[in-house]
Design a protein around this ligand. Structure first.
Ligand SMILES: Cc1cc2nc3c(=O)[nH]c(=O)nc-3n(C[C@H](O)[C@H](O)[C@H](O)COP(=O)(O)O)c2cc1C
Length: 178
């Protein structure tokens, strides 16, 4: 896989559309190196504090939440259409009681700048270090969103991760058609 460094906002439209359809792999690990990946469908790429940042939303009920809390980093990997089945597994089962990577037939590759690895066979990768976290404030959210997205609470925590590295398999970018 000929990975090439990319600018953090390159392929923004493609990444947002994959995120809104099959989702992106959000990968983290325990202190002793047990890796887990969940699917994320909500997030933002932007520039904050003069740094490139991915802001992600993770509910406290996710196994992933505890891992990011422990380690302070995560990676985001953008899957092609060939990984749709793996996306469904990682977006429905929990790493608390499943080895999802084994069940989905996913392999990992060491990251360059953070401890959490990236998911092999994906097309774009971002490595992120948590700069800030904050919980959604229910009283500051419009009522229709509280009712629609949080009927049983479990309000997301947002993690603001500095993008320490971003790279892509440039031979496969055409698979991320918009
Ligand atoms: C398309 C899709 C998008 C999702 N987006 C998010 C998200 O942005 N934040 C979140 O907390 N959960 C999201 N989920 C749910 C988690 O992926 C799911 O609960 C997963 O099983 C959590 O895994 P974990 O317990 O191993 O962390 C999404 C699921 C799907 C299928």
């Amino acid at each position: 896989m000929p990975m090439q460094e990319i600018h953090y906002d390159q392929y923004f439209a493609q990444v947002m559309r994959v995120m809104a359809s099959r989702g992106l792999f959000l990968t983290s690990q325990t202190r002793d190196g047990r890796v887990n990946s969940m699917i994320m469908g909500w997030g933002m790429i932007g520039s904050v504090w003069g740094r490139p940042v991915w802001t992600i939303l993770v509910r406290p009920s996710r196994y992933t939440y505890g891992l990011i809390e422990q380690m302070g980093d995560f990676t985001i990997s953008v899957p092609g259409p060939d990984l749709e089945k793996a996306c469904r597994i990682c977006g429905s089962k929990s790493g608390r009681d499943h080895d999802k990577l084994a069940e989905a037939g996913l392999r990992t590759v060491h990251a360059k700048k953070v401890q959490s690895p990236v998911i092999a066979d994906c097309i774009i990768h971002y490595e992120c270090r948590v700069l800030h976290k904050s919980d959604l404030e229910p009283t500051a959210l419009i009522q229709s969103i509280v009712a629609g997205s949080y009927p049983s609470g479990d309000f997301h925590r947002t993690y603001w991760g500095e993008i320490a590295a971003a790279y892509a398999d440039t031979d496969r970018l055409n698979e991320l058609k918009v």
